[in-house]
Design a protein around this ligand. Structure first.
Ligand SMILES: Nc1ncnc2c1ncn2[C@@H]1O[C@H](COP(=O)(O)OP(=O)(O)OP(=O)(O)O)[C@@H](O)[C@H]1O
Length: 695
């Protein structure tokens, strides 16, 4: 849909009869989708207030790091603090969150494992007692049963399946030969997770050198993966797409000896539309081997997994740490019934969250989102010690935009590639980014760097939401709200792992406040941090101070001064964005990407996240744009020929098509990624972001 002048005029006409008619100046800032008559609430929200005032162009100075005064060009900066929608009182329902105990007092010695395996667990992995999920799952799996395993994020599910797999394979009477090919197949949704699981398996196999692990994850040349397959991999870890590619093209892959099939993050594997790939893989396995053990695991086993369980598990045990009534002595009949029957939606959709995780929400008007995010990053990572933060965005383009913007404005000259920085820019800050449009080598390097780093800010898409075990992460920021409670759980689950403390912050617009109730209905409790408290960090940094003229007395550090400092920060962003035509157009494309992603929230959340509720002019400010762009194309994807891999999804809406494309590009096997990215680049042209970290 284009925001044509005609539509803008029509919208204007609609409002001329209203006492809150938008001023002529803001004609192009009207709400999206003007076809629908705005409700009173929307009208107020979108058009509240009078003319969006601007500071009259004037020169002002900011102090530089060295105490020098630097004159900034005269630029009109719209008022950040005027004409914003009111921030509603959050009457959040307090719900009793589900809790799981992380550790048990029992040690691994009680499992009857091979002594070398126990000594590897205790000396190499340095673990002594079992976690709850390990205590419940390992004995069941060692008995030879299939299992559906659910326990909270960071509770040790990886070892819960790796230990039984290694124990059983090392004990096989006829010793495993490398050339035998795979005995165990582990499927995970992302390449980083594949690498991480491979690492764990490799460590456990230290004493059993004759068992060879291997990973297939795309990004590597298919030829060299083929060569490794030919030599033999006994425990094979792969993303589904990549494995399907090898099944179709490689003669060297045999499944006749497969004894274990593990689907980690099982619900995600389905979400991503990998169902067809899973069917291909299951058919290939079934054609060559009849008897094997199957395990599905996730912190959030949602409805879809019941379907997957039906086709992949045989008479499984359902293990949920949450479920206090779990009984190992389940009769086969009862267990089968537990898994096959859908649970009540309440049970199914209530997830345990680590007790050591403090969850917060803040309501921020669109205009102030960017400064608020930056202030929070500065507060934690500049003024506090040893903070490690992950910020989630809804698209690769948004990650690139914010990464580049922060790199050029918030870093000190030692680390920053450009000179237009904040006067108080900090060399203590380190920004990294991770998303599906990056080359695999870079993705792996970033993953490793952030993993080993004590501090830093990782900007990423949901490619990092699942399963990744990044040590010592202290804060999770959700700058784009997740599209499901399960995604919320997985994102925040990157912190507070295995009993450590962690915090999360969800940033919502005032119009999105109801999302807090939606979370509460899944027994997710968040407490509010006021936006003013986040912005108040600016008081600690005189780099944001406006120069006082003449005899003007300096303000006490009250709300007025904070607002001025926030405006200085916003102006730094706007200066950078408006430094060239290219940067302006780059910011517009990022805005467009935001709107597109916003349009893809599922139906059940549309009443909260609807493009109609967005104020284009205000949202534009959060991209450093001084004015709302005209003729913004938000649904061009409707006209695009979609190139979906899933015929079943083609019947669904165009927005879902776009979402699926985004997701597939995030999680693809890697073989087609280059082609897809190139193709998208061609089709979208304007959507591509500068490959250099700055225009
Ligand atoms: N028994 C244990 N004692 C101490 N640390 C453990 C134990 N088991 C696992 N860990 C550690 O806990 C961390 C989290 O484990 P893991 O990644 O398997 O969690 P998870 O349940 O799979 O999480 P997610 O749901 O996010 O995928 C890892 O660093 C792992 O090494």
């Amino acid at each position: 849909m284009m925001f044509s002048n005609q539509q803008a005029k029509a919208t204007k006409r609609k409002h001329q009869g209203s006492s809150e008619a938008p001023p002529a100046k803001r004609r192009h800032e009207t709400a999206f989708l003007p076809a629908k008559k705005p409700s009173v609430k929307e009208t107020q929200r979108t058009f509240k207030g009078n003319t969006q005032k601007t500071f009259s162009p004037k020169k002002y100075s900011v102090s530089t790091g060295g105490g020098k005064q630097e004159e900034r060009p005269c630029i009109k900066t719209s008022s950040l603090f005027k004409n914003n929608p009111e921030i509603p009182e959050l009457h959040r329902p307090v719900v009793k969150q589900e809790r799981e105990q992380v550790f048990t007092p029992e040690s691994f010695h009680e499992l009857g494992l091979h002594p070398h395996l126990i000594s590897t667990i205790t000396t190499v992995l340095k673990m002594s007692s079992m976690t709850s999920v390990q205590k419940q799952s390992i004995p069941v799996l060692l008995e030879g049963r299939d299992a559906l395993v659910r326990s909270q994020t960071g509770s040790g599910k990886t070892l819960a399946y790796c230990i039984p797999v290694v124990q059983s394979l090392q004990a096989l009477k006829s010793k495993i030969q490398r050339s035998d090919g795979p005995y165990a197949l582990v499927l995970v949704p992302t390449r980083e997770l594949a690498l991480q699981s491979f690492d764990t398996v490799q460590k456990l196999l230290k004493p059993f050198t004759w068992i060879v692990p291997g990973v297939l994850m795309g990004g590597e040349k298919r030829k060299s993966e083929k060569a490794r397959l030919r030599k033999g991999i006994n425990i094979l870890i792969s993303t589904p797409g990549r494995l399907v590619d090898h099944i179709k093209s490689t003669k060297n892959i045999r499944f006749s000896r497969i004894q274990w099939l593990v689907l980690d993050e099982a619900d995600r594997i389905l979400d991503l539309g990998f169902e067809k790939d899973i069917t291909v893989i299951l058919n290939a396995l079934n054609a060559e081997c009849q008897k094997r053990q199957n395990i599905l695991l996730s912190a959030t086993l949602t409805e879809g997994v019941t379907r997957l369980a039906d086709i992949s598990l045989h008479n499984p045990v359902s293990i949920s740490v949450l479920d206090k009534s779990h009984d190992h002595s389940n009769t086969e009949g009862r267990v089968a019934r537990e898994v096959a029957l859908p649970q009540t939606s309440n049970e199914r959709d209530s997830f345990a969250i680590p007790e050591s995780l403090d969850q917060h929400v803040t309501l921020v008007p669109s205009k102030l989102r960017l400064v608020c995010l930056a202030a929070f990053v500065l507060q934690k990572c500049k003024f506090e010690k040893d903070q490690k933060m992950i910020i989630f965005f809804s698209s690769c383009e948004l990650v690139e935009f914010h990464y580049t913007l922060f790199l050029h404005t918030l870093l000190s000259s030692s680390g920053a590639p450009a000179s237009r920085q904040l006067p108080s820019a900090s060399s203590r800050l380190k920004f990294l980014r991770l998303h599906g449009n990056m080359k695999q080598e870079e993705r792996t390097a970033v993953f490793q760097e952030f993993s080993h780093s004590k501090t830093g800010v990782l900007l990423c898409t949901d490619v990092a939401a699942r399963g990744l075990d990044l040590p010592r992460v202290t804060w999770i920021i959700q700058y784009s709200a997740p599209s499901s409670p399960a995604e919320y759980i997985h994102r925040i689950g990157r912190t507070a792992r295995i009993g450590c403390r962690g915090s999360s912050l969800l940033i919502l617009a005032p119009s999105e406040a109801e999302y807090v109730n939606s979370l509460a209905s899944h027994k997710i409790n968040v407490s509010e941090i006021k936006m003013a408290d986040i912005l108040s960090v600016l008081a600690r940094d005189d780099g944001f101070k406006r120069k006082q003229r003449g005899n003007q007395k300096s303000h006490a550090l009250g709300p007025q001064e904070i607002q001025e400092r926030a405006t200085v920060l916003q102006t730094v962003f706007e200066d950078y964005v408006h430094s060239s035509k290219r940067t302006v157009s780059w910011a517009k494309k990022a805005l467009q990407s935001f709107i597109r992603a916003y349009a893809t929230y599922p139906r059940e959340l549309k009443h909260i996240f609807h493009v109609r509720s967005l104020h284009l002019g205000h949202v534009a400010k959060s991209f450093g744009l001084r004015d709302a762009p005209r003729n913004l194309c938000v649904t061009s994807m409707k006209k695009r020929k979609t190139n979906l891999r899933r015929p079943d999804l083609q019947k669904k809406t165009q927005n879902k098509h776009y979402l699926t494309e985004v997701l597939l590009s995030e999680y693809s096997s890697g073989l087609e990624a280059g082609a897809r990215v190139r193709k998208q680049g061609k089709q979208e042209g304007q959507q591509s972001v500068p490959s250099e970290p700055g225009p």
